[in-house]
Design a protein around this ligand. Structure first.
Ligand SMILES: Nc1nc2c(c(=O)[nH]1)N[C@@H](CN(C=O)c1ccc(C(=O)N[C@@H](CCC(=O)O)C(=O)O)cc1)CN2
Ligand SMILES: NCC(=O)N[C@@H]1O[C@H](COP(=O)([O-])[O-])[C@@H](O)[C@H]1O
Length: 230
């Protein structure tokens, strides 16, 4: 129908508890937004994220990387599974497998990840431990477009937190995840609204190039944060 915005079909890839998946589910729940999570796909069976999706009435699937002899065959099977849901956007939410260039090319421009560090610092795994060991004064999380370069894709938005002297890996991870659950729904909504796009490998919001370090959550309306009692 003229003027009717097509629903943005979203597939979410997970490997674990799925708290970021839950944040995306909650963001879309009961809203008239033109976005819909049509499937949650895990590379590991029996993870909490699959239960979260099922509770929300979202289709689930498992493509277990341990069932494949190499990355190329795993990624080919994962592509086929994802494509069966005809997505407009693929969101990595705690997805713990390095993806092949063929996979990234197939979903170029419609593949987002959230990484638990202030990229380009601490690419890869065990970011909270590494931030503590490095004596970082601040830490945080980054939403970026996914490219073949691990955690090297164009940054969309970041949120930072101070590292406290008493912080442990667990306490740091918990505070980082609080920020993740704010910036990922924000970035997802920008994509759903057609405002966030990858143009010639440059992340753009409303047609304007996003600076290399990404946008900062603090630059945006913070009414999404729980305001302390007046
Ligand atoms: N080609 C890309 N693939 C992926 C990217 C990316 O930017 N480009 N982002 C990652 C997400 N990620 C960090 O945010 C990440 C995930 C997994 C690993 C990793 O070393 N995985 C190991 C297995 C670890 C495990 O199973 O526990 C591996 O794949 O051998 C590093 C970073 C998603 N993929
Ligand atoms: N390198 C990828 C990575 O470490 N991702 C991290 O895994 C956690 C998954 O939590 P969740 O399953 O509860 O969303 C999140 O903190 C996410 O940033």
């Amino acid at each position: 129908m003229p003027g009717t915005q097509q629903t943005c079909r979203i597939v979410v890839l997970i490997s674990g508890s799925g708290t970021n998946l839950q944040a995306l589910i909650d963001e879309l729940a009961g809203k008239t937004t033109s976005g819909q999570i049509v499937a949650a796909i895990s590379n590991r069976p029996d993870v909490g994220g699959l239960e979260r999706a099922a509770r929300a009435g979202i289709a689930t699937a498992v493509v277990n990387h341990q069932d494949f002899s190499d990355r190329d065959s795993f990624d080919a099977a994962l592509i086929a599974c994802i494509d069966s849901y005809q997505p407009d956007l693929v969101v990595l939410a705690g997805f713990m497998r390095i993806l092949t260039p063929a996979f990234v090319t197939h979903f170029h421009g419609r593949l987002l990840n959230i990484h638990p560090s202030l990229l380009p610092k601490h690419k890869g795994l065990h970011t909270h431990q590494r931030a503590l060991e490095a004596g970082d004064s601040e830490h945080g999380t980054t939403v970026h477009f996914v490219t073949a370069e691990l955690d090297g894709g164009p940054v969309v938005i970041q949120a930072s937190i101070p590292v406290l002297s008493e912080d442990t890996v667990a306490s740091l991870a918990a505070r980082v995840q609080q920020e993740e659950h704010l910036i990922y729904p924000l970035a997802m909504n920008w994509f759903i609204q057609g405002r966030l796009r990858l143009v010639d490998n440059q992340a753009c919001l409303d047609g304007e190039p996003i600076p290399a370090g990404g946008l900062r959550l603090d630059d945006f309306e913070t009414d999404m944060r729980v305001q302390p009692d007046a």
